[in-house]
Structures are given as C-alpha cells and as structure tokens.
Design a protein around this ligand. Structure first.
Ligand code: NAD
Length: 258
C-alpha cells in the first residue's frame, strides 16, 4: 500500500492507457465522476453525508416510507437537485470516446444522474445499478413516470404527491439503502465483470455492496484492474494501476490516440 502511495502518477497513467488500448474494457463509475459537473458525492471530503450526517436518512427507505416529513423534504431536494442543470464533464466524455473507439463494452454506474447518456454513451451499454433520478416510481403499484411530470405537481403545491393510479407513495426510481438491486441489472453487471479484460473503477469509494464486489469478481476472472479515485479504496492492492487524481483530468489521458 505504501508503495502505491509513493508511485508517481504519470507512469500509472501510461500503464493504464496501455492496458485500455487493448480493449475489452468494462467501466464502473461512482459519484466521483460527476463532482466536476457540480453534483456532490456522498462520502468524499465535501460529500453530502460527510458534511451533514443526518442527510443519510433521506436515502433510507424505512424512514422515507414511515415519515411524511422526510418525504416532503425529499421532494423539495429533488426540485433543486444540481443534476437538472449539470453538464457532462471531460471524464464522462472520455468514457463515451472509449466506446466509440470500440474499446469499452459495458458502462456500469452507481450514479443516478444520467450524465453518461448525455455525454454520448449508448443507453444499451449503460447499466444504472442504483436506478435513475430522472423517473419516479410508485412504491405500491410500480408505475413509472418522467420525474419532471411529478416535479410539476410539487411546484404547483403538492408537498407529497401520490400515485395517480393507486394513491401509493411516490419516490425517485433510485435504489434506496435497505432495498435490493434489480436482479437483472446485477446479473448483467456480474456477467460484464467476469468477461472483462480490463475493469476500470472510477470515482467510487468502493464501499457500497454488492456493487463494490464487482472489482474482486473481475480480478478473479482475469481482468486487469485500473482504479481512478482521489482517495484510497479497499481494492487498491488488487489493481495493476491506481491513479490518484482529478477524474476529469485523468480520464481523457487514458483514451488512446486514434
Ligand atoms: P462515494 O461518495 O462513496 O465516493 C466517491 C469517491 O470519489 C470518493 O472516494 C471521492 O474521494 C472520489 N472523488 C470525488 N470527486 C472526485 C474527483 N473529481 N476526482 C477524483 N476522485 C473524486 O460515491 P459512491 O461510491 O459512488 O457511492 C455513493 C452512492 O450514492 C452511489 O451508489 C450513488 O448511488 C449515490 N450518489 C450518486 C450521485 C450521482 O448520481 N452523481 C451523487 C451522490 C451519490
């Protein structure tokens, strides 16, 4: 570990770019790829939970379902979420470039902001493991709608809008703590990790399971692991290259020249 900390960044970038240029890359992204687009992460030094530990309750399904006040606050937060005006940054665009070059086959993301698709990544290769904030879902009947339609109702004065089909509780179509991931999404992600030649983990503290376990799964089945993150992660020891730096500066340097 100490050896890694003292390794210079540039040789690690060159090693990572060489691995990536051979193709068969599967990427896993976390909140850190979107901080340079103005969307704070949860656990980084300026993260939402680091600066306000009570905010974690908003993401816990049992509090959300049982407490109308938490729901009212959640709807107000959704109205003003930075993601509605955020633009993709060079980190998102570098991953779209890797796909265009035929090097990236799957883009697994813990993010709910939809910025990969806005950057030009094909929806078919993006697996949103923690769901999307761009749709609402009814907790009773499962009805899904464009989130903007529900936010219109909140703007018009409904503090805790109910499902128009069954009066159930609505929330964003994201996976809250205490809920399981969509089994089909998890299956796709595991299949991709097992078949990866290079597994590129970007902007995640790799502390949220089961997604973090994709790193050792990929390594066990022969993938070279590349980690790009400002802080150490529990899987740095498994990696062929660990790059500590700004994601929006580092990722464009990992795209091989055409
Ligand atoms: P995390 O908050 O646990 O970790 C983010 C990591 O990225 C940290 O280790 C931090 O040091 C690093 N980082 C932040 N900005 C960086 C930058 N510019 N350059 C390099 N490194 C940077 O994030 P997580 O592991 O993805 O888990 C949080 C969960 O919260 C996710 O599962 C996701 O569902 C949700 N979330 C999503 C968003 C989003 O969609 N943008 C934002 C916040 C949280």
């Amino acid at each position: 570990m100490a050896g890694r900390e003292t390794r210079a960044v540039q040789p690690e970038i060159e090693r990572a770019r060489d691995l990536i240029s051979r193709g068969g890359v599967v990427a896993l992204t976390g909140a850190g790829i979107s901080t340079d687009s103005g969307i704070p992460d949860f656990r980084g030094p300026q993260g939402v939970w680091t600066t306000d530990p009570k905010a974690e309750r908003m993401s816990d399904i049992s509090y959300y379902l049982s407490d109308p006040d938490i729901r009212r606050r959640s709807w107000q937060n959704r109205l003003s979420a930075p993601a509605w005006t955020a633009e993709p940054n060079p980190g998102h665009r570098a991953l779209a470039d890797l796909e265009r070059l035929g090097l990236l086959t799957d883009l697994l993301t813990q993010n709910i902001d939809g910025l990969h698709q806005l950057a030009g990544s094909s929806p078919q290769i993006v697996v949103e493991l923690h769901g999307t904030m761009r749709e609402s879902i009814c907790m009773t009947c499962g009805d899904r709608r464009d989130m903007q339609l529900v936010l219109e109702r909140v703007r018009a004065g409904e503090e805790d809008p109910e499902c128009t089909e069954c009066d159930g509780i609505l929330k964003s179509a994201t996976v809250s703590f205490g809920r399981s991931l969509d089994p089909e999404d998890l299956w796709r992600a595991e299949k991709a990790a097992r078949s990866a030649d290079v597994f590129l983990a970007v902007g995640s503290s790799l502390g949220v399971y089961p997604v973090a376990a994709l790193v050792p799964v990929a390594a066990r089945d022969g993938a070279q692991i590349v980690i790009v993150n400002a802080e150490p992660t529990p899987y740095d020891e498994l990696a062929a290259a660990v790059i500590r730096g700004s994601i929006s500066e580092v990722l464009p340097q990992l795209v091989p020249p055409e």
